[in-house]
Design a protein around this ligand. Structure first.
Ligand code: ADP
Ligand code: MG
Length: 695
């Protein structure tokens, strides 16, 4: 049960602010939050004082600027409220300037050369639009993280910039069509997060899980996915206490966690959060990932957020549901009932179609990681090829608009073109497509490519910027038109024609789609190294710059960091595999082999004429396996050695993908074969079956 009184009790939310702040201060802060105006420095001290008082009352002893460096994981630097007054007496202090600005030791966060090139220090600035919250007795203040000259070192700053750009362009378009009241437009985002839960003790026995977050060895468990009863099945006791604990922890923080059920794979679950403004949704998703891991830990579990923890079992992603809301509360992607609403809806829909088509590469890049490479295109997640699912009805409407033929798909209305009368759209376009990377869901777009460990900052930044770019082009055109309403239809027609290649309602898992997409000229960036050059592309850079989202050096920095993280991930995985193979797997097989050989030998000594065919072939086969594993390890070591001579960057990431990762695959195959032949009890770490069903 949600206790509505208690909900958000650990967040300095609207309710807390209203109570804690003097009336004028509250109103001024609201103005900043709602209108995106800059904070009145005069009120900073008052806000800080009230926030500190509230935090201390709720048990906080420290505060921290909570931010999201480009690693995608959140970071904090804790300071105590404790100070001393002139008489040496301890007092609790927190000033406006401490609230607004902090200087974390930035040197340990990746900057992609930004700090080295520009200046040494990075600093954090308060984002008043996202509520501060208390976690582990610490007041966490959501902040942006920049260099001294304002270059973004984090994922929040570009997101906030993209939201501004989007609002500006959307309002401009609305004005041309006669909307005089909307003053801001926000992207609304609802997140669905998938994850695995496994037993903590079993987890700690596997170095691959500990170091890499995924299993690097392991053959399929006997049961696995065919066990449909797992889906929506009864939660096991520990999992349900985890869920309860998680819900309560998140609700206290003001995070609207909603549904939880078992996913397709064994031990996999999902959590959905009720949608909110993009930057809050992104912050909340970060908080959520952190809280999930903590809550799992105290329930004797480990929460795996890796995209592909187990081979042969569905991986985890997250869905980013995206729509556009005006400050009057209207969803611009809701088809609505009246023609004028339809007209707006179609325009914003077209803006998205254009955005996804033109910036396929940027969207793909925004979800690129070594982990997600195992997922995208693996027939369990959308393919690495971008496309949009609109559903038959909506596609028919756009088709008939483009071809200027009457729309006959719906029995209820017939569309007469040129005249601004459009059919009433189906309230609930229920035809669901699970294979599309971007699916229209009746009143929002669902982006399904993000990996489960991704920060959603980046993909939302790109969507916002790309849609803002579409709207800026449309705004230019509508502003010049004599009759913007007539012009709008011409525009939709032309735009749909130009970008409809991105619309695909079929099955994205089919091989034929890859060929069809290629024929349509869509890009297919299968792996992270394939995406590296997207940020060097002129068209992409120009758009991001003109929307004010990224400056040139920031793009270079991001490019560098993505490549570094990719390379480091592969190095860690490869080294872990070598270690496990040499020090755990080979000795384990050796031990079993030795015992079989010994007992066979004993039997033969006892009864020389005895046939020991089974044992002999087992000894032979295990010996061969060991040799092949050893050779695969050496091969992997050689290619790692070669890699260590290559400078970090594109060449290295390509080398790792083409040489190291394929050798890791070979080593795994050999070891997994041996696992099947080795008697139970000898294998040196928990097997898949133990992980899924052993607790
Ligand atoms: P389903 O189970 O059909 O996927 P849900 O109702 O569970 O749908 O919603 C999935 C996610 O979509 C939730 O996070 C929800 O808050 C979000 N969502 C719903 N409406 C919108 C909207 N207009 N804009 C953005 N997100 C939305
Ligand atoms: Mg969904």
């Amino acid at each position: 049960m949600i206790d509505t009184e208690r909900f958000g009790c650990m967040a300095f939310n609207d309710k807390a602010m209203r109570k804690a702040l003097p009336q004028e201060v509250y109103q001024s802060l609201q103005q900043t939050i709602r209108q995106g105006t800059s904070l009145d420095p005069e009120i900073a001290d008052d806000v800080a004082e009230a926030m500190k008082k509230w935090a201390v009352e709720h048990g906080a002893t420290h505060y921290t600027h909570w931010f999201q460096p480009m690693t995608g994981v959140t970071a904090e630097k804790h300071d105590s409220f404790l100070s001393v007054d002139e008489d040496g007496k301890p007092i609790l202090e927190f000033s406006g300037s401490e609230l607004i600005k902090g200087e974390p030791d930035a040197s340990s966060f990746p900057s992609g050369g930004l700090r080295a090139t520009f200046e040494a220090r990075g600093y954090t600035t308060w984002d008043p639009t996202s509520y501060a919250f208390i976690k582990d007795d610490t007041l966490c203040i959501p902040t942006a993280f920049c260099t001294y000259s304002g270059y973004a070192l984090d994922k929040k700053t570009p997101l906030l910039r993209s939201m501004d750009a989007l609002s500006k362009q959307a309002v401009r378009v609305l004005r041309t069509l006669g909307d005089e009241t909307t003053s801001r437009v926000f992207p609304s985002v609802g997140v669905e997060q998938e994850y695995f839960l496994i037993d903590k003790e079993l987890f700690s026995k596997r170095k691959d899980l500990v170091y890499a977050g995924r299993t690097l060895f392991g053959t399929s468990a006997r049961k696995e996915q065919e066990l449909d009863d797992h889906y929506f099945g009864a939660f096991r006791q520990r999992v349900s206490s985890f869920m309860k604990d998680l819900d309560e922890s998140l609700w206290d923080l003001g995070v609207y966690a909603k549904t939880e059920h078992n996913e397709v794979a064994p031990a996999q679950y999902e959590l959905a959060m009720i949608y909110s403004t993009a930057n809050i949704a992104v912050d909340h998703n970060q908080i959520c990932m952190e809280v999930m891991q903590k809550v799992a830990d105290r329930n004797g579990l480990v929460c795996l957020l890796h995209e592909k923890p187990f081979a042969g079992v569905n991986g985890s992603g997250k869905h980013n549901n995206w729509s556009l809301t005006t400050d009057n509360g209207k969803n611009l992607l809701a088809p609505g009932d009246t023609p004028s609403e339809n007209e707006l809806f179609l325009l914003f829909l077209t803006a998205m179609i254009r955005a996804v088509d033109m910036y396929q590469g940027l969207i793909r890049l925004s979800v690129a990681s070594a982990g997600n490479d195992h997922r995208l295109g693996a027939n369990e997640a959308p393919p690495a090829i971008l496309s949009i699912f609109l559903g038959e009805e909506l596609t028919d409407i756009l088709e008939s608009l483009e071809q200027e033929t009457p729309y006959t798909g719906s029995e209820r209305t017939e569309m007469r073109l040129g005249v601004r009368i459009l059919p009433r759209f189906p309230k609930d376009s229920t035809d669901r497509n699970r294979t599309s990377p971007v699916a229209f869901n009746g009143n929002r777009f669902e982006f399904r490519m993000p990996g489960s460990s991704d920060s959603l900052g980046e993909i939302n930044t790109v969507i916002n910027a790309a849609v803002a770019d579409s709207l800026s082009v449309y705004g230019d055109r509508l502003e010049k038109a004599d009759d913007p309403h007539e012009e709008l239809f011409e525009l939709i027609r032309e735009e749909y024609r130009a970008h409809k290649r991105i619309v695909f309602n079929g099955n994205g898992y089919e091989r034929s789609w890859v060929l069809e997409a290629e024929r349509r000229g869509l890009s297919n960036l299968g792996t992270t190294p394939d995406c590296m050059d997207v940020l060097l592309d002129e068209k992409n850079r120009d758009m991001l710059k003109s929307m004010g989202v990224y400056a040139d050096p920031e793009m270079v920095a991001r490019h560098e960091i993505l490549s570094d993280i990719y390379c480091n991930t592969v190095f860690i995985e490869a080294r872990t595999m070598i270690d496990m193979a040499h020090r755990q797997i080979l000795p384990a097989i050796g031990k079993y082999l030795g015992e079989v050989a010994y007992s066979t030998n004993m039997k033969k000594q006892l009864i020389p004429q005895l046939e020991c065919g089974y044992e002999e072939s087992l000894v032979t086969s295990l010996t061969e396996s060991m040799n092949r594993i050893d050779s695969a390890v050496r091969d992997l070591e050689d290619s790692l050695f070669e890699a260590s001579g290559i400078k970090q960057g594109n060449t290295l990431s390509l080398f790792l993908r083409d040489n190291v990762i394929s050798r890791m695959g070979r080593l795994r195959k050999e070891a997994d074969e041996a696992e099947k032949k080795t008697a139970e009890g000898y294998w040196p770490f928990p097997e898949y079956g133990d992980l899924f069903y052993g607790f």
